[in-house]
Design a protein around this ligand. Sequence first.
Ligand SMILES: C[S@@+](CC[C@H](N)C(=O)[O-])C[C@H]1O[C@@H](n2cnc3c(N)ncnc32)[C@H](O)[C@@H]1O
Length: 257
Amino acid sequence: MYGIMISTKIMEDSFIFKLYEGLPRQGPGSDQCTKKMFSMIPGVPDEPRILDIGCGTGAQTLALAELAGDAIITAVDVYQPFLDTLKKNGGRRGLGHRITTTCASMDNLPFDPGFFDIIWAEGSVFVMGFSNGIRYWKDFLKPGGFLALSDLVWFSDNPSPDTREFFGMEYPAMTNVRGNVDMINAAGYTFISSFGFPDSAWWKNFYEPFEIRLAEFETIYAGNEEAMALVEVSRKELAIFRAHSDEYGYQFFLMQK
Ligand SMILES: C[S@@+](CC[C@H](N)C(=O)[O-])C[C@H]1O[C@@H](n2cnc3c(N)ncnc32)[C@H](O)[C@@H]1O
């Protein structure tokens, strides 16, 4: 459920982290989407300070480090093994010296107010809730700084009953693009732009490796009730996406403080 949404109960359960270990990404996304969003930021300063919140194993952190050759990036996640993987991969790609990792919760960040030029958050704001997240993180941006994040939204006003039921359980606060833009304006940001992820950002980069990992995880933890409940809900997630991916999806949003 990481790719989409996790209930607080599952969030606290370490099985969810184990399930997503070893994957190239912990949610839908692509280097192309990261690049497209980064290119929409007007006037990126020299040596921008970038904070990547809920970085996972850091697919987008590394993409950002390559896009902004002089950026200094702080990558935050609550799960240290993800950060260890990011460190290792950053070192391999010669980007390690520009990336610092911090194990912290996104709702209790150990940084000074107004420190960052850009805050990035791919697929992680749902943990706090869209409105809570953008309001809390605003404090860490310089005046005029940018927040870029992706979130799951409804595309359909009238989704099929099983999709509605699934997200009613897993992401009850999910709204549509208009709803998120309203929250951006209400939080006092200037909304700049938004675009949706293509199917490849779901399948090739996320669900295909995820399905392989799911089968492996099922074998390793066979007989464990909690782990098998996670497998079941993950298979449901995949089935819902296969049948109804036109009804919802990931959307990138760019806003300015
Ligand atoms: C859907 S994954 C996205 C990861 C990565 N940005 C990507 O797109 O591949 C959500 C990430 O948020 C992290 N996370 C969950 N709760 C968190 C919290 N309270 N504070 C910081 N990170 C958290 C998870 O460990 C996970 O890496």
